[in-house]
Design a protein around this ligand. Structure first.
Ligand SMILES: [Ca+2]
Ligand SMILES: [Ca+2]
Ligand SMILES: [Ca+2]
Ligand SMILES: [Ca+2]
Length: 307
């Protein structure tokens, strides 16, 4: 089952985040409004309009699911086509799609739910290594518009830090499991039994009003992905994994800033702002791999200004 050969150097750098394709780079940072620019459309209205388009697309298209029915076939291409009267017996994408709701705050602070759809075409074997919304992933992908135009494609795998990609990609990737890999004597890496599938997102989880090369404003996006491997991130190297830098325990490390200095905990080397670095406060005198809590108040020292 040798399906993909990767140069040795790629795997040696598993711990590093290598090239990041420009197209998926952070979009939460919108360009400054310029005088001749139209004000952005209403988030809620746009999310509803996009969802209508997505559902219509999902119901009127199918993918070649029969080619993936029993065994791992890492070589098969996923293709999507229109359901016509002569093949109306086929199941549509909508029959397979799993819907999730992603809350997004508008500029006015209003929370707007955006519907994201995904289809796991092939379940990867390392389900325990699915990426969280702050981890790094090593994958190939193809990005398309609803009209079928491909706007970006990576046929050789690339590393992405999911903290730096469009939200639809960040939230969609967490459903895909990586596979196995073996390193051959000649240095190449063979990946097999990896997760593959499709992600469908409204423009609010993509680029919204910010046009990109080959992506018009307000475009819902489709991604086809293969998930080869993942790496758990600790962005600030403080010994606490980024996904665990979530003291309010809502599963989202992007909204936790214990010392309220404007730097979220996952990037903050001193989470409680007491002048002692988290890595020095985490598990000090008597290391037991559990965070110290010297005053036993349930708040670990590194998050506790009083210790
Ligand atoms: Ca950390
Ligand atoms: Ca949180
Ligand atoms: Ca902070
Ligand atoms: Ca501290």
């Amino acid at each position: 089952m040798v399906k993909l050969k990767i140069e040795h150097s790629f795997i040696k750098s598993l711990k590093f985040i290598l090239p990041i394709s420009f197209i998926l780079i952070c979009i939460s940072c919108r360009p400054n409004d310029e005088d001749d620019e139209e004000p952005p459309r209403d988030y809620l209205e746009q999310s509803l309009e996009d969802d209508q388009k997505l559902v219509q697309y999902l119901k009127s298209h199918y993918y070649n699911y029969k080619d993936f029915s029993d065994v791992f076939n890492d070589d098969n291409e996923i293709f999507i086509d229109t359901i016509l009267s002569e093949n109306s017996n086929l199941k549509s994408l909508f029959d397979f799609a799993v819907e999730t709701s992603i809350p997004l705050a508008s500029n006015e602070g209003q929370i707007i739910e955006h519907k994201l759809y995904h289809i796991v075409v092939t379940e990867g074997v390392r389900m325990e290594d699915r990426p969280s919304i702050v981890d790094s992933v090593y994958l190939t992908y193809k990005g398309k518009l609803l009209n079928g135009n491909v706007f970006d494609k990576k046929t050789n795998p690339v590393w992405f830090d999911t903290a730096n990609v469009i939200r639809g990609f960040r939230y969609g990737l967490q459903y895909f499991s990586p596979g196995n890999f073996i390193q051959r004597e000649n240095g190449t890496i063979d990946f097999n039994q990896f997760g593959r599938g499709l992600i469908f997102m409204p423009s609010g989880l993509g680029y919204f009003n910010s046009a990109q090369t080959n992506i018009p404003t307000y475009s819902p996006l489709i991604f086809e992905i293969s998930m080869f491997t993942t790496n758990k991130s600790d962005h600030d190297n403080d010994g606490v994994l980024s996904i665990d830098e979530d003291p309010n325990k809502d599963g989202n490390p992007y909204n936790d800033d214990t010392d309220e200095d404007g730097i979220i905990n996952m990037y903050d080397e001193d989470d409680d702002g007491d002048g002692i670095l988290t890595k020095d406060e985490l598990d000090g005198d008597d290391p037991d791999n559990l965070p110290d809590d010297s005053n036993n108040d349930g708040v670990p020292d590194y998050l506790d200004k009083n210790t």
